[in-house]
Design a protein around this ligand. Structure first.
Ligand code: AKG
Length: 280
């Protein structure tokens, strides 16, 4: 996987770049199957609240699992798929570390209940690195992501600005900001497409107004230069090096070699082997 010079330029000047067809059809199907198993195992929690930041909403549902890797060997392997560090290192430079993994799933409309979006924020309001282009999220559309089902919106160039964040009353733990929404772009992506956006890029997702669920897997990466500054995410010793001389294929951080297992994991999940991956 190589980003084109135009894609790299867009990331550096606008703070985001969309790459359709990043994952193939088998990989997408395996993601959907593994998520279904995690959902059925009760691992995803509704983080949407009724406007007080505390009371779990019965009418809005924003299901989140963070982190994912302790619950799924499949999702643990995803950032080690060779095209991931290859693309990320072109955007933020080597060495690349995985900083956090999580999933947000918005169920389809079900009676009164609706899949809820995640309000505007800059990831750097959590992570606080000095150069907001030295960290990037890689958001994978696990299902086709459209305006109607609340796909990602971003404010181009917003990594140059720092917005004030306050507690998000619609979530039990998030913070939010109020960026200039009139500048926002809506990023529609077919399933398997990814959106890279820098830690400083203001972004939000909307409500899912369709009948079908929609999920996004968000992997966050930093350049090793900012490892000691970055707060939140995995504890520093548990942030796997994915490139550079300290990369051990996950052995140092996970105690097992994870690099090289992605294709096997995809086939295992497609064969119905989820029981070995989901704990508890
Ligand atoms: O998928 C979503 O709803 C939000 C994802 C997100 O905001 C993030 O990864 O920072």
């Amino acid at each position: 996987m190589q980003c084109t010079p135009e894609q790299i330029e867009q990331f550096r000047t606008q703070g985001y770049v969309a790459v359709p067809n990043f994952w193939n059809e088998r990989e997408v199907r395996a993601m959907q199957q593994e998520l279904e198993q995690l959902k059925q195992a009760g691992k995803l929690r509704n983080v949407a609240t009724d406007g007080d930041g505390k009371t779990e909403s019965q009418s809005k549902v924003n299901l989140q699992l963070c982190p994912m890797y302790p619950h799924s060997d499949f999702f643990r392997a995803m950032p080690f798929a060779p095209r991931v560090p290859a693309a990320v290192s072109q955007l933020i430079g080597d060495p690349v570390l995985l900083h956090l993994d999580q999933v947000f799933l918005k169920p389809g409309r079900n009676g009164e209940a609706i899949g809820a979006g995640t309000n505007w924020h800059q990831d750097n309001a959590y992570f606080k690195i000095g150069d907001p282009l030295k960290g990037t999220a890689m958001w994978t559309a696990v299902h086709d992501a459209t305006a109607a089902n609340g796909t990602m919106r971003v404010v181009p160039g917003s990594f140059r600005e720092e917005y004030e964040h306050t507690r998000d009353p619609d979530s039990n733990h998030h913070i939010r900001c109020y960026p200039p929404e009139e500048r926002a772009e809506t990023i529609e992506l077919p399933a398997g497409g990814v959106l890279f956006f820098a830690y400083g890029t203001a972004h939000a997702t909307g409500a899912n107004t369709t009948e079908r669920e929609r999920a996004g897997v968000a992997l966050h990466f930093i350049n090793a230069e900012v490892n000691s500054e970055a707060v939140g995410g995995f504890e520093p010793g548990l942030r796997p090096y994915l490139s550079g001389p300290q990369a051990s294929g996950g052995f140092k951080e996970h105690g097992v070699r994870v690099a090289g297992t992605w294709n096997e994991e995809v086939e295992r999940v497609l064969d119905g082997g989820w029981q070995r991956a989901v704990d508890g």
